[in-house]
Design a protein around this ligand. Structure first.
Ligand SMILES: *[C@@H]1O[C@H](CO)[C@@H](O)[C@H](O)[C@H]1NC(C)=O
Ligand SMILES: *[C@@H]1O[C@H](CO)[C@@H](O)[C@H](O)[C@H]1NC(C)=O
Ligand SMILES: *[C@@H]1O[C@H](CO)[C@@H](O)[C@H](O)[C@H]1NC(C)=O
Length: 594
């Protein structure tokens, strides 16, 4: 661990030494400014080439050099990266973007570590993983901000996930400040769902320690040569009236495979005088063509490497942006009096979170603040070391985690390192065995939860709660969102989704029945953070219902859909693997019954 730490420190120092100088982005009122005092408008592109397989963004330095140059020539000044592995090195990529005047907004969540909208939890594992992303990126001046979540709340039933998503914001701001990092803005990227205005108010309300620093939402309403009124942008503009923090479209770029490609006339509205006093720009979905008609460039290599070919949409976007360079207002001349929004009122029909519901924050316990003032060039303090004996932190959870395609990330967490030190001899062996059993049980629970999702919850309850602790429903009604560790339902029965037949079958869960007092909090750990909606089969063509006049939020963004496909594939293979493994274990166990 020591060796690894010093390696990290060396990397961090190197990064600082070689970093390309670029002013940082700061927030004043509802606007972004460079540290030089100029207003900053986002001309962004979503950047995760090969996103169906590449979840470790910004690690291929040579590729970033090629892409950053082309993205700079496009006229962009921001990229949004959806999934990173903070334990890998991002120096070359971050520098390549800085050299081309490009800022980066990093989504802290990954398919492995994110708030599950249907069965939301904010655990120490998640918190530590998010904190690692801040550790990994805080040293770069061209980090514009972090997204604490993407499209977690997308309808009435998923509003119960909102306090969890906001707890991420609160805890990560606390962590950032504890570590004395630069005050890198932390925001949220919303679906443009029917509840979007409540989401917007919800993330904005409350004091500085819990509210977002900026707000983005994904909107694909302007298709082709549309207009302010036809696209609904007039309403978007009205919605941002008097807003006190920067707001922008965190994904946009309706693509209905329009004849002649996308004209990007929306950019004239968004970056021009119609919108630019209330909006701070937008991020075009997306850089690389991933087979769904949203690309600006296409790579021939399946790994999305090499020099991509420029597509028509790149050229059209480039010529729009070339004419759009709003200067806005100088920070020195801007002295707004703005107030935060009120938290949305709860109504059973749309927003079920009580106005005064507390957040299930975890705080910064276990993290060690740097001693003495942090020098601006150090950047060497890494993930806070975790104190032992943390209530929910267990070695079992670490051993039990099986992270799809990203095993390095988990093994490099400090917790993993601690666990690694402990695991030796018989004790370790017992832990591993226990972990395997817990893991299997966890998967079973997940399937049960997913089964609930597929069916929808009873009596209009949020789907996915079916197999969960009924107390949770009570808590929610009481406005309580504190972490609760699910007890098993006690009747020794759980539900298993039989994928072959696609229905829910009740079956006994032998290893649970036999394990009596199983520590329920373990179920909170490790895996289980896959958006459960990934099992809902809404894999129809993206964009088709996004025309003007269609219900907003009718479907998730193309990124979320792509992510779901990847997860679904992974879950299917994992299910097969687990079934085999369970059969082996049960045979060895003589059936595993009580
Ligand atoms: C901010 O609000 C939260 C939740 O209401 C509260 O716990 C916290 O003490 C407040 N912080 C400050 C600095 O007022
Ligand atoms: C656009 O075309 C691609 C490739 O033909 C297709 O896969 C995709 O579904 C289409 N997208 C839309 C929004 O119609
Ligand atoms: C894990 O680490 C090894 C060695 O450091 C590296 O070769 C491999 O690509 C990494 N895998 C992932 C998934 O990051």
């Amino acid at each position: 661990m020591l060796a690894r730490s010093s390696q990290f420190v060396a990397c961090a120092l190197l990064a600082v030494r070689t970093a390309f100088a670029i002013p940082t982005i700061e927030i004043k009122g509802s606007k972004f400014f460079t540290s030089d005092g100029d207003q900053f408008y986002i001309k962004g592109v979503a950047y995760q080439p090969g996103m169906l397989t590449n979840l470790n963004g910004l690690t291929n330095g040579d590729q970033c050099k090629i892409d950053a140059k082309l993205i700079g020539e496009l006229g962009a000044n921001v990229v949004r990266v959806y999934s990173v592995d903070p334990t890998l090195n991002h120096d070359a990529c971050m520098n390549a973007f800085a050299e081309n005047g490009i800022y980066v907004i990093v989504d802290m969540s990954t398919p492995t570590y994110s708030i599950n909208r249907v069965n939301p939890k904010w655990t120490l594992d998640l918190r530590n993983a998010f904190a690692q992303v801040i550790d990994g990126f805080q040293g770069y001046d061209n980090v514009l901000g972090f997204f604490a979540g993407n499209e977690i709340i997308n309808d009435q039933s998923t509003t119960s996930a909102a306090p969890f998503a906001k707890a991420v914001v609160a805890d990560m701001k606390a962590y950032r400040d504890l570590m004395q990092y630069r005050k890198i803005p932390i925001g949220y990227s919303s679906a443009d769902a029917t509840v979007r205005l409540q989401v917007q108010d919800y993330f904005d309300c409350g004091n500085e320690s819990i509210a977002v620093d900026f707000f983005g939402f994904n909107n694909y309403a302007w298709c082709g040569d549309s207009s302010m009124d036809e696209s609904g942008y007039t309403t978007l503009y009205d919605d941002a009236d008097g807003y006190d923090i920067p707001i922008f479209l965190s994904e946009t770029g309706c693509s209905l495979n329009l004849t002649g490609g996308r004209p990007f006339t929306d950019q004239v509205a968004m970056l021009g005088r119609e919108m630019n006093d209330r909006y701070s720009g937008n991020i075009i979905y997306e850089w690389s063509e991933e087979g769904n008609g949203y690309g600006l460039v296409s790579y021939t290599a399946s790994a999305a490497t090499g020099t991509p070919s420029i597509m028509g949409d790149y050229k059209r976007l480039q010529s729009q942006w070339a004419t759009l360079s709003p200067t806005g207002i100088k920070a020195s001349a801007y002295d707004p009096t703005l107030t935060r929004r009120d938290c949305p009122a709860s109504t059973s029909s749309s927003w079920i979170v009580r106005k005064d519901a507390s957040l299930p924050t975890l705080g910064t316990s276990g993290f060690t603040a740097p001693t003495g003032p942090r020098s601006t060039t150090s950047g060497g303090v890494l993930t806070g070391s975790l104190a032992g004996g943390d209530a929910v932190q267990t070695t079992g959870s670490q051993s039990g985690s099986a992270i799809p395609g990203n095993s390095n990330a988990s093994s490099k967490t400090p917790v993993g390192a601690i666990a690694g030190g402990v695991l030796g001899g018989l004790v370790g062996l017992a832990l591993i065995l226990g972990a395997i059993l817990y893991f299997l049980r966890r998967k079973r629970e997940q399937r049960a939860a997913y089964a609930g999702v597929e069916q929808g919850g009873p009596n209009g309850a949020p789907p996915g709660k079916l197999a969960m602790n009924p107390d949770e429903e009570k808590d929610r009604q009481n406005g309580y969102y504190g972490p609760r560790y699910h007890e098993m339902s006690g009747n020794g029965t759980t539900q298993e989704l039989d994928p072959a037949r696609g229905h829910v079958a009740a079956m006994p869960a032998p290893e649970m029945a036999s394990r009596g007092e199983g520590r329920p909090e373990l179920a909170e750990e490790g895996q289980g953070h896959y958006p459960a909606a990934s099992l809902q089969s809404d894999f129809h063509a993206v964009g088709t219902s996004r025309g003007a006049g269609s219900a907003p939020g009718a479907e998730p963004s193309p990124y979320v859909q792509a992510q779901r496909r990847t997860e679904l594939d992974w879950l299917e293979s994992e299910e097969a693997r687990l079934r085999q493994r369970r059969e082996v274990l049960m045979r060895q166990d003589g059936g595993g019954g009580s």
